[in-house]
Design a protein around this ligand. Structure first.
Ligand SMILES: *Cc1c(COP(=O)(O)O)cnc(C)c1O
Length: 440
């Protein structure tokens, strides 16, 4: 292809993507849409710069303003998460977790985490599965950790404390990894952390999904419940740029984290993303409580509406959810693969997910039995409980009534016209998915 054709094609595709998301219902639990202010920071000149090292001790010149902005980001992070120390340099949640592995463990050490089949993230996964199959999870493949699993109660959709404590006696872990990618309820950190510390283990809480809810005081508070460190992505319920961070109240552990980040894992730490994070944290401090409250109310409303429409929603015994997530079982009505595709045809963007009992029932991650939803992005767009009922009725039409998805898509487009702007920010003039042209 002619270079000019490729060049033009990229912009054409970007515009098509924007226009698609502008007329869709975005329900991926790990995605959010940033404010215009966050995007302005992202495309600033900071994106061309290096700032290796720690604030005030950089190895390059030219960091005068970058340092000041990074201080603002750290101060806001410490304030919001009530932590004495924050490293805002990790360029993603996975890199933040790697910083924890590097700081506190050696290859061969045992780490305990949730398996991917029970909501755990691949960054806490082993190199090999129990049948010798190669999984290639970050903890095992990159840092050589021997990953053992916490026990999980499928019914309660949470970590099983008694069985996990027994496994800890057996495996003597050096690191415990709380947090998950499928997380409906606060985890029993308090119940397990003392035992972990007694055997000399470090406790980390991976708040990639729930960081925004934690900052708002609307989920659990891991650093008060016994976690030594907390890692996070900054772009899920915390509606910032794609980036990561590590927080702790322990000064000695923080020195190890800093060193793991630089020179260990980072050269460039994306100063533009740090500026965007500072902006997002300021917005979160101002509007985070209202935002988190509405996210959780919407998740409960969506779960209940789906349940009333006839779907098998998980967590029924505990009110379905205390987070931004809703998980439901589609194994008997076509499977996760089919459901995800049919919904996408209807302009409803979701992801298929393994349910805790899928493997036992012979299902596979390619066609799992579940669909996971998050109400974080639709809440950002200003939707409330009554809109969750409308969304549940779209799900019913596509998945239960088997209506032609393209017909539902037309109604979804119409529905979305009412929700065009990002909420919970200081300056929200631009449309949420407006494409901004800089080329002239
Ligand atoms: C999303 C996620 C991550 C990875 O974060 P990235 O920022 O994508 O690297 C880590 N841990 C958990 C539990 C997650 O859900």
């Amino acid at each position: 292809m002619d270079p000019r054709e490729s060049y033009d094609r990229v912009f054409e595709l970007l515009r098509e993507h924007h226009s698609w998301f502008d007329s869709s219902i975005p329900l991926i639990a790990s995605e959010n849409v940033t404010s215009p202010a966050v995007r302005e920071a992202l495309i600033s000149d900071f994106e061309h710069r290096y700032a290796e090292g720690w604030v005030g001790e950089r190895v390059y010149a030219g960091c005068r303003y970058i340092d000041e902005v990074e201080r603002v980001a750290m101060d806001l992070a410490k304030d919001l998460f009530r932590a004495d120390h924050a490293d805002v340099r990790p360029i993603s949640g996975v890199v933040a977790n790697l910083a924890v592995y590097t700081a506190f463990t050696k290859p061969g050490d045992v780490m305990m985490a949730l398996p991917i089949t029970k909501g755990g993230h691949i960054s806490a996964g082993p190199l090999y599965g129990s049948k010798g199959n190669r999984i290639g999870g970050t903890a095992g493949a990159v840092h050589g950790l021997d990953v053992k699993y916490m026990a999980f109660d499928d019914e309660e959709f949470n970590i099983d404390v008694d069985r996990t404590l027994k496994r800890m006696e057996k495996y003597r872990p050096k690191l415990l990894m709380f947090g998950a990618s499928e997380i409906l309820f606060p985890q029993p950190v308090r119940e397990i952390a003392d035992e972990a510390h007694a055997m000399g283990a470090v406790v980390n809480y991976d708040a990639a999904h729930v960081a925004g809810l934690i900052a708002a005081g609307r989920f659990q508070d891991p650093l008060r419940e016994g976690a030594d460190t907390m890692t996070a992505s900054t772009h899920k319920t915390l509606p910032g740029p794609q980036h990561g961070m590590v927080l702790t109240n322990d000064g000695e552990k923080f020195e190890l984290i800093k060193q793991a980040c630089f020179p260990g894992l980072l050269s460039n730490h994306h100063p533009n993303a740090v500026a965007a994070l500072a902006v997002a944290l300021a917005e979160l401090k101002a509007f985070g409580r209202d935002y988190a409250d509405q996210i959780i109310r919407n998740a409960k409303a969506l779960a209940e509406a789906l349940y009333n429409a006839g779907f098998k929603v998980l967590g029924e015994r505990r009110g379905f959810t205390e987070s931004h997530q809703v998980i439901f079982d589609v194994a008997d009505i076509g499977g996760g693969m089919w459901a995800e595709k049919a919904l996408e045809e209807a302009n409803i963007i979701v992801n298929r997910n393994l349910l805790p009992y899928d493997i036992k029932r012979g299902r596979h991650f390619r066609d799992p039995g579940g669909i996971r939803l998050g109400t974080l992005e639709v809440t950002r767009l200003g939707m409330r409980e009554s809109e969750m009922e409308e969304i549940a009725s779209f799900f019913k039409r596509v998945l239960l009534d088997r209506e032609e998805p393209s017909r539902v898509a037309a109604d979804v487009r119409e529905f979305r016209r009412r929700f065009r702007h990002v909420h919970y920010c200081f300056d929200c003039p631009a449309e949420a998915y407006a494409y901004r042209r800089l080329r002239g």
